[in-house]
Design a protein around this ligand. Sequence first.
Ligand code: ADP
Ligand code: ADP
Length: 225
Amino acid sequence: MVDVKLENIVKTFGETVALKGIDLHIKAGELFTLLGPSGCGKSTTLRIIAGLDFPDSGTIHFGDEEVTYLPSSKRGAVLVFQNYALWPHMTVFDNVAYGLKLKKLPKDEIKKKVEWALELVKLEGFADRYPTQLSGGQQQRVAIARALVVEPKVLLLDEPLSNLDAKLRLEMRSEIRRIQRELGITVIYVTHDQEEAMAISDRIAVMNVGTVEQVGTPKEIYESP
Ligand code: ADP
Ligand code: ADP
């Protein structure tokens, strides 16, 4: 469990100022949501926290450790993409095991960890299937298992429910909550859906064109003018 602190983060893409010096303090073990319209900088913020992109200026800390320019593999934050990005030619087991194989862990240890992760997302018995043989919700669970199997300090979810139908969205909301509470992991969640943010979050940052306009609990956000 670790807190995540962003201080004065600026990010530009050519002429576009995607982030205009944002400050965020995400507490250890909370589910923190970045909420705002398309183009306001949510994905850029997540990618910078993940180490998939780097800011022009500003700092990022995980606990006491500065991670601003650490490569993704060294900082312990894992990003789950909107489209899950599973490898279609690999089984569920191999998809989840991928990161562990890169780390060259012993086979029996990989097996134990993959089984743990599949159990966590309630996909025991699906190890030998291929992604195309799974529903959208199940594919989403595989993507979450693949992220959690490396035991990250921070889990980053970018619009994780946007490809699911309404019923599955509700189901996966409570699944994400359950997993987060079970592991006590810090989760940073991105959505443009206000209702979803209100339902799932401990706290919300409302973003607008490269700035953070407001931070608070769902109740505080809802009751503010
Ligand atoms: P959101 O996730 O809130 O939709 P993004 O973080 O994706 O917003 O984008 C913020 C702004 O930065 C947008 O204007 C977007 O077009 C721009 N942007 C993001 N990534 C790139 C990139 N790789 N190259 C150029 N512009 C980008
Ligand atoms: P999301 O839907 O999660 O906000 P996007 O579709 O905006 O994601 O972005 C997907 C990828 O395209 C990201 O890697 C982002 O950096 C890049 N991107 C976003 N906007 C632009 C842009 N205007 N020009 C170039 N790349 C962009």
